[in-house]
Design a protein around this ligand. Structure first.
Ligand code: ATP
Ligand code: LTN
Length: 333
């Protein structure tokens, strides 16, 4: 039986966060046996915001370790580094030529991120086109991501349909977003109107997958909430709503069960309880990560992403040839 194709990636713009885990990685792990999965480290995407080269290299390798520590099996999944497969950048160029300035200007991620910068790079504006290239190169059926990426999936579908209709062939498969019901939108602990993000300059806003139990509990204790002191799921209490979402996403308990569990208990105790379940959930991952993060595993990890790049390149190469041929480029061979 032919398995459907899944593709997704995370930027090595820091240590992965609880948001990346609950919104993306954890779901990848649950579906890895059912689908033909390709998971990459989106290093080309990460330089749309300034990165220190040394730190970027370190974070890219650590992202591979975090993928495996979270439960991705390198034997059954294709795990690779985006810049190792040059077709991503090349297809992005082709797609750029049929992408409209107007549609990119509407992207909320661009609007949010460009506000934080003095000089806005063209790459940041173009980010969704590179993402479309990532997805379309592999005939991906489903793309498991957090809620924040829904808009980028929509534009990917638009670009694929436009290309197919312009060149009269079914070159690209039209992908679908795969967004889980819980954990798809974890908010910052310091500002519950913003999503939790690994590049937040304030580390109290996010839980890193490598934070110690003490740090995790401290961060939850400091989490911004209102002064109601009643654990209730309401749009008027975004801070508490976010903590309930995190607790629910980890324990699988429903919101009403959680409200009952913490009835008459103040925020203080609830925050510690959330910290404890998060720390418990991350304990195994951290153990595995620190085991892998030692020189004796260097070649094991290198082999994984080298093998991954080879597999990915084989597929990407033939898709790009198809595209080059369709647009009218003279073939090399
Ligand atoms: P950056 O801070 O550099 O923008 P990020 O932490 O927002 O990075 P990405 O690398 O852009 O993370 O996202 C990787 C995956 O994690 C995507 O599928 C994205 O939807 C998901 N994700 C990121 N942040 C969250 C969040 N707060 N809640 C749920 N899912 C998230
Ligand atoms: N834009 C994604 C990371 C990403 C991605 C992709 C996810 C880059 N290319 C392709 C899925 C498929 C993000 O999480 N910000």
């Amino acid at each position: 039986m032919n398995k459907k194709t899944i593709l997704s990636g995370i930027q090595p713009s820091g240590i992965l966060t609880l948001g990346n885990y609950l919104g993306a990685l954890r779901n990848w792990v649950t579906i890895q046996h059912e689908y033909d999965c390709k998971f990459f480290i989106a290093d080309l995407h990460s330089i749309t915001v300034r990165q220190d080269p040394k730190v970027l290299r370190e974070n890219t390798k650590r992202a591979v370790m975090q993928y495996i520590a979270c439960g991705l099996d390198p034997q059954i999944n294709t795990i690779f580094v985006q810049s190792h497969v040059h077709e991503h950048a090349e297809l992005a160029w082709i797609l750029n030529c049929s992408t409209y300035m107007g549609e990119l200007s509407r992207m909320t991620q661009f609007k949010d991120k460009s506000q934080k910068q003095e000089n806005v790079g063209v790459g940041l504006f173009d980010y969704p086109v590179l993402m479309a290239a990532d997805i379309l190169l592999y005939d991906s059926d489903f793309v498991p991501v957090g809620e924040d990426q829904r808009q980028h999936l929509e534009i990917t579908r638009d670009l694929a349909k436009r290309f197919n209709s312009t060149y009269g062939e079914e070159i690209f498969k039209i992908p679908e977003a795969f967004i889980s019901e819980t954990g798809a939108r974890i908010m910052s602990l310091q500002d519950p109107t913003k999503k939790m993000s690994k590049s937040d300059p304030n580390p109290n806003g996010y839980i890193s997958l490598l934070d110690s139990r003490d740090v995790i509990i401290k961060k939850f204790k400091k989490a911004v909430t209102d002064s109601e002191n009643i654990v209730r799921y309401s749009d008027e209490q975004l801070g508490i709503q976010n903590l309930i979402n995190i607790y629910s996403s980890i324990t699988q308990k429903s919101t009403s069960e959680i409200e009952r569990e913490f009835e008459g208990v103040g925020y203080g105790k609830f925050k510690v309880a959330v910290g404890e379940v998060v720390a418990d959930a991350l304990e195994e991952i951290q153990k595995k990560f620190y085991e892998l993060n030692s020189p004796e595993y260097d070649s094991f990890l290198t082999e994984i992403y080298e093998k991954g790049a080879k597999t990915a390149h084989g597929i990407a190469k033939s898709k790009l040839e198809q595209v080059y041929n369709a647009v009218g480029f003279v073939s090399k061979a």
